[in-house]
Design a protein around this ligand. Structure first.
Ligand SMILES: *[C@@H]1O[C@H](CO)[C@@H](O)[C@H](O)[C@H]1NC(C)=O
Ligand SMILES: *[C@@H]1O[C@H](CO)[C@@H](O)[C@H](O)[C@H]1NC(C)=O
Length: 514
């Protein structure tokens, strides 16, 4: 088939799957930005007509306004203020990109991008200052209504994350995610969200990256900085899985009949490739997948539910060798396993990275450790291309492996890519970001069309530069640059924003040559 490349015209997609290469007849030569130009190519990479493109942010990383209009303190407010040395240049998210005040400008940027949806998160302590539903902050309700209305007015579907790492400090003082009661309070919070915003939200995500905030927050140096690897990280994961399942069941019981929305969870999946063909390394790679992605995905998306059997067995065995009277990984009851199993309408998948995995042999010491439980040495191949300011390697084929692994392991669930992106140095001429997006989308398109992975949307992280946790403002992921030194937090379009805008309108990769 043939089609004309035209910014405002999609490649006709007759068959969703078969058709994705259309020949280009006519050439548009458009030069903009820094001397980029479009040229003839004879094949195009296109996505199905129904495929949706979006961009993402999260509350603490962009909103600022940390202490205004009744918002309560979150663990990231406390942690940035109490432990400044743990943050790049002692930076905080107190003001960040000031999206609390500038959200209308953000929506204008999204209109320019032509995205179908916006993934953002709600700050729990802006809605419930202490975390409890007995005190609702009216300004928080107002703010998110205004943001939702602005999106809907502009035909952008809201995809809302309930928890993107910013636990109300008050709940942290009760033990945070290591205390099972926090799961009950999360259900109360979720109910307030469904009641207030349910009719306006297109899709809900309960948690963003539970592996990151449990492993790095309770086993490492992210907020709250518990540094209790192999212990509190598992308690956190356990209670988060329960909280997720409880919210999904509460939604089914109280809201599903009234609201036309869906509820999922966003789990990160870094791909782990065996470092060699030895069976030791192959099982190390599988173990690494189980201990990171499978930890949260298996209980929800597998046929059997519960933790991955390999994870269960290793932690039980090592706990016993260490003389513990019970496993450091808590057990679900049969009822809890059933409650959590199947508790999602879609899988949100965040993907950035690929690693090599090989067997790690360590003597079991009495000191618990997630690394020792997993027993995997993780590395990168030096030959892999590196074009990230953080030294991350760019390995798009790992993305395709991850998508196929999900398809095989969980019977091809509905997947939305809820994050993928790259941080680069400051600057508007971000050629490498365009290359990155292009490489990952090419692979994604093959996973959809050739491997028949059921992926229906892609979210670029991030709309704008933001506060990247302990890296502060040093890591820039935005399609739009933010000048954090300017009083107005001025946003400026990067070259990649032009690229993304063409992509969203045609559903085909724009051809770009430098
Ligand atoms: C809010 O925090 C800022 C620092 O980010 C501080 O200057 C200001 O006084 C605080 N406002 C209130 C009402 O506490
Ligand atoms: C900041 O925004 C205000 C209001 O839109 C405008 O009047 C002012 O010129 C801006 N300042 C800068 C430095 O861009």
């Amino acid at each position: 088939m043939q089609c004309r490349r035209d910014v405002n015209q999609s490649c006709p997609s007759r068959q969703r799957v078969e058709m994705n290469r259309c020949r280009i007849l006519v050439i548009l030569l458009v030069a903009f930005g820094a001397g980029g130009a479009y040229h003839v190519i004879d094949e195009r990479v296109c996505f199905p007509e129904t495929f949706r493109f979006g961009v993402a942010t999260s509350a603490y990383q962009v909103e600022g306004a940390w202490n205004v209009s009744g918002k309560g303190e979150s663990i990231w407010d406390r942690y940035t203020h109490d432990r400044p040395a743990r943050f790049h240049n002692h930076q905080t998210g107190d003001v960040a990109a000031d999206s609390y005040h500038l959200f209308k400008e953000d929506v204008k940027l999204m209109v320019k991008l032509g995205v179908n949806f916006y993934r953002f998160s709600i700050s729990w302590s802006r809605i419930l200052p202490n975390g409890f539903s007995n005190q609702i902050n009216e300004d928080g309700i107002r703010y998110y209504h205004e943001l939702l209305d602005e999106l809907i007015r502009n035909n952008i579907q809201p995809m809302v994350t309930m928890y993107h790492w910013d636990l109300p400090q008050y709940l942290q003082d009760l033990g945070g995610w290591t205390n099972p009661i926090v799961a009950d309070y999360f259900v109360d919070y979720a109910r307030v969200l469904f009641q207030n915003f349910g009719t306006k939200v297109h899709a809900w995500i309960t948690f963003n990256e539970p592996f990151s905030f449990c492993e790095r927050g309770y086993g490492g140096l992210d907020a709250p900085g518990a540094q209790s690897s192999g212990f509190e990280d598992y308690l956190c994961g356990h209670n988060v899985l329960l909280a997720h399942g409880m919210v999904y069941r509460m939604y089914q019981k109280e809201f599903e009949a009234k609201l036309s929305t869906s509820v999922g969870i966003a789990i990160e999946f870094s791909w782990y490739e065996a470092a060699s063909q030895s069976s030791d390394d192959k099982s190390a790679a599988e173990r690494a997948r189980d201990f990171s992605f499978g930890w949260f995905a298996h209980p929800i998306f597998s046929k059997t539910g519960d933790y991955p059997p390999m994870m269960r067995k290793r932690i039980d065995t090592i706990s016993k060798l260490q003389g513990f009277s019970r496993s450091r990984l808590p057990h679900f009851t049969p009822e809890e396993i059933e409650m959590i199993r199947g508790s999602a309408d879609f899988l949100g998948l965040n993907h950035y990275d690929t690693n090599l995995a090989s067997k790690r042999t360590t003597k079991i010491t009495p000191e618990p450790s997630f690394e020792a439980d997993m027993g995997v040495l993780i590395s990168k191949k030096s030959a892999w291309p590196e074009f990230d300011s953080t030294g991350s390697k760019v390995v798009p084929w790992g993305f395709r492996h991850a998508l196929n692994w999900v398809k095989e392991a969980y019977d091809n669930p509905l997947v939305i890519i809820t994050e993928n992106g790259i941080s680069l140095e400051k600057g508007l001429l971000d050629k490498r970001r365009i290359e990155y997006i292009e490489q990952f989308l090419k692979v994604l398109q093959l996973a959809i069309t050739k491997d028949h992975c059921n992926v229906q949307g892609y979210t670029y992280w991030s709309l704008i530069d933001n506060f990247e946790w302990t890296s502060g403002f040093s890591k820039r992921y935005g399609l739009y640059q933010v000048d954090f030194d300017s009083p107005n937090k001025t946003r400026k379009p990067r070259m990649s924003s032009e690229y993304y805008a063409r992509l969203t309108r045609t559903k085909c990769l724009p051809y770009w040559e430098f």
